[in-house]
Write a protein that binds this ligand. Structure first.
Ligand SMILES: Cc1cc2nc3c(=O)[nH]c(=O)nc-3n(C[C@H](O)[C@H](O)[C@H](O)COP(=O)(O)OP(=O)(O)OC[C@H]3O[C@@H](n4cnc5c(N)ncnc54)[C@H](O)[C@@H]3O)c2cc1C
Ligand SMILES: Cc1ncc(C[n+]2csc(CCOP(=O)(O)OP(=O)(O)O)c2C)c(N)n1
Ligand SMILES: [Mg+2]
Length: 574
């Protein structure tokens, strides 16, 4: 039998090392799904919603660094991919989306289910092209894959069902898919300039992000030479926080006061591989030096006095021999001491021994952190679980974090856990799910059972969209539209074939989570946590809140009344 375009399509995916496709089938995808049916080395992972398929592929790509694939049928099928694909694109993970299209002869007629995926996905991809005739294959697919890998992001191939079923013209994939791994270093002149700036600074703070991945030892040596506290942006947490005597926590709305102060009190801020988006938390007066592998990132978030294109590891290696040992210790010492105190304060909030309801979510997070394995993969919903993950999950270089941190979409945790568990069958995968987030893509509980994925879900059940409620309060709005009338999620889990458990009091939390983690299969623990955990400090009036603006929100998120005073002082006494 002649090879069909769909077969050639799957040949190319195999050549690119793709092991699975997350998706929902449909008539227009039949050529491709039928070709996968006959292959041993590539698997179809059926999901219940295409958005979840895109999130799952994104998590796989984040964790492996390699291309992952999702697919949707024509019209509504691939339209459902969009939110997950935006997340993948914003997080810079290599994902290929296969968007099937209506029959080629009908395009432009307003046919049943017709949409124009080239326009729809244009905004959330680096490459998005229609295969309108067999002669374009495999080239279009090969370019798509190479683009996703090289530019780290989304590529979309749109293919009408009938084109996939036609005879292939080319018979073999032509390309291999080299992943570019160049070392990028600033020039000799730039390195000298950089060394000169750093050598003459006393109070240096490093803000490191996800671009520091793989450069841990260089970063630590570098900070030691500069006596520089290291603040991390959230996506850098998993790569920076562990085995790090210079760590002073995160900054930003959810950050620690120590991270904030270390940035505000420095005279030179060195931004390394970060796209930390909140300009309000960047110092205005300090000299700002930024190093990023992408030139277009320089100066995006703050003024830069010196900007250099380089990858973190290569640049730091080249720079280290040019640096003198900074003799000024006070800035580092003060920042580390501040961090120790801030950490202590947060740990105190994570108590669960009162025996009284409601349960503090901080306690739940600290139990997850304590009981999780050394190489657990954590996913966490956008909502207050983001706060608890940032503050209570301790990294060690093996544990991994997956969130929707740049796109900031709800309902990410469960589908990302599916991608994590499918691609890492021997690792423990734990979600920190919001009750709002879980309900949004709850159908994916069925995917866990269907594919026997032993994901453990911990649901922070606060019967509200608590994060939004908090933002409303902090901005002086009356909270509205945030109450959730929830079912018993443990019973829903049971009905879906998972182990379902419930913790109503603090002493039930640890046994329930421990039991779920031991369970040989998927499990869900619903924990009834307090709704208004991060409440407004009572001594602050609305008028004051207005004046403090963002600082107020930070203090509220911190959950400790004393912090507002601290931040107010910094703000007002300048
Ligand atoms: C509800 C909510 C609240 C949040 N609150 C906070 C908060 O309080 N604090 C916070 O920090 N974040 C917070 N975030 C996350 C925030 O939105 C950003 O996603 C995050 O701060 C970005 O982290 P990053 O800079 O490490 O990663 P990215 O945004 O991914 O940036 C990485 C940078 O590194 C560069 N890079 C990549 N590889 C290399 C390399 N090898 N060498 C050099 N450069 C490289 C990239 O070009 C990019 O510029 C929140 C998110 C949500 C959803
Ligand atoms: C898809 C989507 N819709 C709406 C929002 C706005 N939003 C951010 S957090 C949040 C509440 C999340 O609620 P839940 O999952 O219950 O977590 P909680 O904050 O209550 O812990 C909402 C509605 C969003 N980020 N993404
Ligand atoms: Mg909630």
């Amino acid at each position: 039998m002649a090879k069909r375009v769909a077969d050639l399509f799957v040949d190319v995916l195999l050549e690119a090392g793709v092991q699975r496709i997350y998706g929902v089938p449909g008539d227009s995808l039949n050529g491709i799904t039928d070709s996968i049916r006959t292959r041993e080395k590539i698997e179809w992972i059926g999901m219940r919603h295409e958005e979840a398929a895109a999130f799952a592929a994104g998590a796989e790509a984040h964790l492996t660094g390699k291309l992952a694939v999702c697919a949707g049928s024509c019209g509504p099928g691939n339209l459902h991919l969009i939110n997950g694909l935006y997340d993948c694109q914003r997080s810079r993970v290599p994902v290929l989306a296969i968007a099937a299209q209506v029959p080629s002869s009908e395009i432009g007629s307003g046919y049943f289910q017709e949409t124009h995926p080239e326009h729809i996905f244009g905004q959330c991809s680096h490459y998005c092209e229609l295969v309108s005739q067999p002669e374009q294959m495999p080239r279009v697919l090969e370019i798509a894959i190479q683009t996703a890998i090289a530019r780290r992001g989304v590529a979309v191939v749109v293919i009408p069902g009938d084109v996939a079923l036609r005879d292939a013209v080319e018979q073999q994939p032509r390309l291999r898919f080299p992943e570019p791994k160049p070392t990028v270093c600033p020039s000799e002149d730039e390195l000298s300039q950089l060394a000169e700036v750093l050598n003459r600074s006393k109070k240096i703070t490093i803000l490191g992000g996800a671009g520091c991945a793989g450069a841990h030892s260089e970063l630590i040596e570098f900070a030691g030479k500069l006596q520089a506290p290291i603040v991390h942006a959230f996506r850098g947490k998993e790569f920076i926080e562990y085995d790090n005597p210079f760590d002073v926590g995160m900054t930003g709305l959810l950050g620690f006061s120590s991270g904030y102060h270390a940035m505000m009190n420095c005279d030179t801020l060195l931004m390394l591989g970060t796209d930390f988006p909140y300009g309000q938390f960047l110092p205005k007066e300090a000299t700002v030096v930024q190093i990023d592998v992408r030139g277009e990132q320089l100066g995006r978030r703050s003024k830069v006095d010196f900007g250099f294109v380089g990858d973190t590891k290569t640049t730091l290696r080249a720079l280290l021999p040019r640096l003198q040992q900074n003799q000024y210790e006070a800035h580092l010492k003060e920042s580390v001491e501040h961090y120790r105190k801030a950490r202590q304060g947060l740990d105190q909030l994570a108590s669960g021994d009162s025996g009284r309801k409601p349960i503090h979510p901080q306690y739940v997070a600290s139990v997850i952190n304590k009981l999780a394995s050394d190489d657990a993969i954590f996913t966490f919903d956008v909502g207050t679980p983001v706060v608890w993950a940032a503050r209570y999950l301790r990294m060690n270089g093996k544990r991994r974090l997956v969130g929707s941190l740049t796109h900031g979409s709800m309902a990410n945790a469960l589908p990302q856990a599916i991608g994590a568990q499918t691609s890492h069958p021997n690792r423990q995968v734990i979600t920190m799910s919001g009750d709002g987030g879980l309900a949004m893509l709850m159908g994916e509980l069925l995917t866990l059972r269907q594919h026997n994925l032993p994901v453990k879900l911990v649901v922070f059940k606060n019967d509200s969209l608590a994060f939004v409620e908090l933002e409303m309060k902090a901005s002086g709005f009356l909270d509205f539209a945030t109450t959730l009338h929830n079912p018993d999620f443990s019973k829903i889990a049971e009905a879906a074939g998972l182990l379902g458990l419930r913790a109503e009091t603090p002493e039930q939390v640890e046994p329930a989570i421990a039991q779920a983690l031991k369970h040989d299969g998927p499990a869900l623990v619903e924990v009834l946590v307090s709704r208004q955990e991060l409440s407004m400090p009572p001594t602050i009036t609305y008028e004051q809140a207005k004046n403090f603006g963002l600082f107020m929100l930070t203090a509220v998120l911190n959950g400790r009344g004393d912090e507002i005073i601290d931040l107010a002082k910094v703000n007002l006494l300048r």
